[in-house]
Design a binder for this molecule. Structure first.
Ligand code: DGT
Ligand code: CA
Ligand code: CA
Ligand code: ZN
Length: 574
């Protein structure tokens, strides 16, 4: 598809003409042509000269430039302008609030050719005092640079989802009859997202755009178009919104949910069937007859496929499965019957076991496991054997009063540097649920870390391994591990691997979870709650599980209490 390439060149030409202060009509003509080329569904390759000229905004002159590009891969005007104004100079225009005039001034007077140089000069106070640049302008440029740097980082789903939900909630409140849907990687529950994509349906797109731009969630509006806008949220992440018509909602949702790899495969497959798929609909190639457009389900159906859950749209087997009607029935948040990694006040949690029980009831859980830290974790007030016994008496007493909820006596035992656990087997054997986790010695060699975990798994009273790889998103990478050896030991010893839903962890990740289930290893999805609101993190763990293709039977805590107890007795004895 060459359309986007040509559109990009036309936009680049317009940028450069703008820096030069060229005729505004000429600049507009390039921009408009770029926009129109980008949005026509047919590849420009297959258009005749006559058809080219029929595209709105493409006259004789621009049509010739397009032919020139298709023949030579270049456009002379573009090459000449490039000589005069290098690409690095264009990059300055990416700074929010920095326009072409200022870019030219900075280039001519201070020879600034890159963002790096711009930052250096601004911080050295070299910009202020240039004609038309006040102290305030310089401050704005520095702020713009900071925003730009922030935007280029990815944000964890735990931060991004609440922001996206706030924005869509505000929009829904104002426009109750419009439709709003979070799309992009966030809809696929990717652990980190590059930006937030929102799709809307409304008869009047402009009223949505205007209200969006007026919302208090943003520190910068990057663009405000008739049906498409972008802004930077106060937290630094970019938010894109598009409004589409009702008839193409399904096709647009499919397109903007991605992943790109999934979309590309779908389109290739469609072409072989004589079908064309784009963000406007699914069409028969020969006569452009619309086959589907208003719902995603119809779009997939038109391609002879099952509807694919967004979480697995990564071109990793889902297309073949959907064609063969063999997509898995992915685990759902409603399937979760309890949380098996929760901390109480006895260690470093904020709440009493009574308060935890109340919360569990509120969530409709059948059980939770109170898994306090154990003694070697001094910083977390880890419990000694005696304290565990004392705590468990309280749990028993509370259990005798509870209806429809069971508190399991648990512990998150520490795997010491030598692979030993920090509580004796006599104590572990008396617990209902034992998680073993590593909390120190992250820099050990791979073999040592792996064998520490393997020896913990071989303990007959250990049910699960907690947050296996120790990663903290954006703060600490996973430590070195032989994941295959761990998975095969987990299989042999019937040890569960935890999907820790704490947004900073999300550990194990989707790829490891999928590998584990393919090897017949079961997972348990826990929140590692330390305060009551942490219980709501369960959805992130379920997101990972769904991305990993897991079904109900792959996840321990979808079992009823009765079945759970049966399984735990068995795994405990290995
Ligand atoms: P992100 O934002 O990096 O976490 O990942 P996405 O997947 O949200 O990517 P984004 O925001 O660039 O685009 C949103 C969706 O739009 C993407 O998942 C698929 C679709 N899309 C964007 N660019 C292209 C493209 O060049 N080709 C195709 N087929 N689809 C695209
Ligand atoms: Ca995105
Ligand atoms: Ca986007
Ligand atoms: Zn924990």
């Amino acid at each position: 598809m060459k359309n986007s390439e040509i559109a990009e060149i036309f936009n680049r030409i317009a940028d450069r003409l703008e820096i030069k202060g060229d005729n505004p009509f000429r600049i507009r003509a390039y921009r408009k042509a770029a926009l129109n080329i980008e949005t026509i569904p047919k590849s420009i390759y297959h258009l005749t000269d006559e058809e080219l000229k029929k595209i709105p905004g493409i006259g004789h002159d621009l049509a010739e430039k397009i032919s020139e590009y298709l023949k030579t891969g270049k456009i002379k005007t573009d090459e000449e302008l490039k000589q005069e104004l290098p690409d690095s100079l264009l990059s300055l225009l990416a700074v929010p609030g920095l326009g072409p005039k200022t870019a030219k001034l900075l280039h001519d007077s201070l020879h600034i050719k890159s963002l790096h140089e711009l930052k250096e000069m601004a911080l050295k106070n070299k910009l202020a005092g240039l004609p038309g640049i006040k102290e305030k302008t310089q401050e704005n440029i520095i702020r713009g640079l900071e925003i730009l740097e922030k935007v280029s980082e990815r944000m964890s789903i735990g931060k991004a989802l609440p922001i996206a939900e706030d924005i869509t909630a505000a929009l829904k409140e104002k426009f109750p009859s419009a439709l709003f849907e979070i799309a992009g990687s966030l809809r696929r529950w990717k652990e980190t997202v590059g930006d937030i994509d929102i799709l809307a349906v409304n008869d009047n797109p402009e009223e949505i755009m205007d209200y969006f731009a007026s919302l208090p969630f943003f520190k910068q509006i990057l663009s405000h178009g008739p049906a498409k806008s972008s802004a930077v949220a106060n937290e630094g992440i970019q938010v894109d919104i598009r409004v589409v018509s009702k008839g193409s909602y399904g096709a647009a949702l499919l397109y903007f949910t991605g992943s790109k790899a999934h979309n590309v495969r779908l389109r290739e497959m469609a072409v072989r069937m004589g079908i064309k798929v784009n963000e406007y609909g699914v069409f028969r190639e020969n006569d452009d007859h619309l086959l589907a457009g208003s719902t995603e389900a119809d779009a997939y159906k038109a391609l002879g496929m099952q509807w694919v859950p967004p979480e697995i749209r990564e071109d990793s087997g889902e297309i073949e499965a959907a064609l063969g009607n063999t997509l898995p029935d992915l685990v759902k948040i409603e399937d979760i019957k309890g949380d098996l990694h929760v901390h109480s006040k006895w260690s470093d949690g904020s709440h009493s076991i009574e308060e935890l029980a109340d919360k569990a009831k509120e969530l409709g859980y059948e059980y939770i496991a109170i898994t306090d830290h154990t003694k070697s974790l001094g910083v977390a007030h880890g419990l000694s054997a005696d304290q565990i016994i004392e705590r468990d008496k309280k749990i028993d007493a509370l259990n005798s009063k509870l209806v429809n909820l069971k508190l399991l006596k648990g512990a998150e035992v520490d795997i010491k540097s030598n692979g030993e656990l920090d509580l004796p087997d006599e104590i572990l054997s008396g617990l209902d649920f034992v998680i073993a986790s590593i909390h120190s010695g992250f820099k050990q060699p791979r073999e040592q870390l792996t064998s520490r975990l393997i020896s913990a798994m071989q303990n007959p009273f250990v049910h699960a391994v907690g947050h296996l790889t120790g990663r903290l998103l954006g703060e600490r990478n996973s430590y070195e591990l032989d994941i295959e050896a761990i998975i095969s030991t987990a299989k042999k010893t019937s040890t569960l691997l935890e999907i820790n839903s704490y947004p900073l962890r999300l550990d194990i990740d989707d790829i490891t979870a999928r590998r584990a289930s393919e090897s017949g290893v079961r997972v348990v999805i826990n929140t590692d709650a330390h305060i009551l609101s942490n219980f709501d993190f369960m959805k992130y763990g379920v997101g990972i599980a769904r991305r990993a293709w897991l079904t109900k039977k792959d996840v321990l805590n979808t079992l009823s209490l009765k079945k759970l107890k049966h399984v735990l007795r068995k795994t405990g004895q290995h």
